[in-house]
Ligand binder design. Structure first.
Ligand SMILES: [Mg+2]
Length: 299
């Protein structure tokens, strides 16, 4: 960032030999969060996490963030301050300057739009379109924690420490970069809509199919004791995990930058997605995206 906030436009200088990455994501009240359910700090953190996660999925390096915020008159200054605190906390962690933005009054509710600009060595961005038959499918971290947390909030139940953690997702920037530098991923995407939906995006863009082994899918911890892990539906279809999904034919370590990496299946030449259960039974896997899963409107 050569010139940030304070002029008519920000001036960015992208290092030579690099392509520019640009991603934009909405965070909308009653669609992505509820004021009475999530603390403003968490909403701010997640707002930026969405953008950083997209940069991670390209194997890139974030350079600057831009925030446009529309607020109804009933939104308190305290809410805005806390929202920014959460956003800037994550920005600082990844050394991403907030280089500009805009605020306006909205007719109702809160709408935030985050733009993240990043860079990647020329021609090296990892796309969704590179997966090939025979390659393995990998996922970072654990899945389903965020969706199950939301389900608990909807039922008025406490989250507990295990699930609260998932409300402050860590964008996998270091993992994405590490993998890209070694030429490991042929295709990559971040899990924002849910495993089944995002895997389908890879399949469509790469013109391939996929087979997942149900037993291999790493599920988030929901608590202690019997119901220790989230249900399989949350892991398969729940959104907002912000983990990375990638394909590769190369050997992949079980941990990258301190984050677990798990092989969960393989890419096939035949189209469509299949789920193999513990007994080896093969079932069709349908993409039930986040939109479907959270039943939009009632959140
Ligand atoms: Mg994405």
């Amino acid at each position: 960032v050569v010139t940030g906030i304070g002029d008519d436009a920000a001036v960015l200088r992208i290092p030579s030999g690099h392509d520019v990455l640009v991603t934009t994501d909405f965070t909308i009240e009653n669609v992505h969060f509820r004021r009475e359910w999530q603390r403003p700090r968490v909403v701010g953190w997640r707002c930026l996490a969405r953008g950083l996660s997209d940069i991670a999925a390209m194997g890139g390096e974030p350079q600057a963030a831009f925030l446009s915020l529309a607020l109804a008159s009933d939104v308190s200054q305290r809410w805005v301050d806390e929202f920014l605190k959460g956003l800037l906390e994550l920005a600082k962690k990844h050394k991403v300057p907030l280089a500009g933005g805009d605020t306006a009054q909205s007719a109702s509710g809160i709408q935030a739009d985050i733009v993240v600009v990043g860079s990647v060595p020329t021609g090296k961005a990892v796309l969704r379109s590179g997966a090939k038959p025979g390659e393995s499918i990998y996922v970072t971290g654990e899945l389903g924690g965020s969706a199950m947390g939301l389900a608990r909030l909807r039922e008025g139940l406490p989250l507990g420490a295990e699930l609260s953690r998932h409300f402050r997702p860590e964008p996998r920037l270091e993992v994405g970069r590490w993998l890209r530098q070694r030429g490991i991923p042929s295709g990559m995407i971040d899990l924002s809509d849910g495993l089944s939906t995002d895997l389908e995006h890879i399949c469509e863009e790469s013109h391939v199919g996929a087979e997942l082994e149900m037993d291999a899918i790493p599920r988030a911890r929901a608590g202690r004791g019997k119901g220790r892990y989230v249900g399989m539906d949350y892991a398969l279809h729940g959104g907002d995990d912000y983990e990375l999904l990638f394909t590769s034919r190369r050997p992949v370590p079980s941990k990258v930058a301190g984050v677990a990496v798990t092989r969960i299946g393989r890419i096939t030449a035949s189209a469509g997605m299949r789920l193999i259960d513990a007994d080896g039974k093969v079932n069709r896997l349908e993409a039930h995206g986040w939109e479907h899963f959270r039943n939009l409107g009632s959140l």
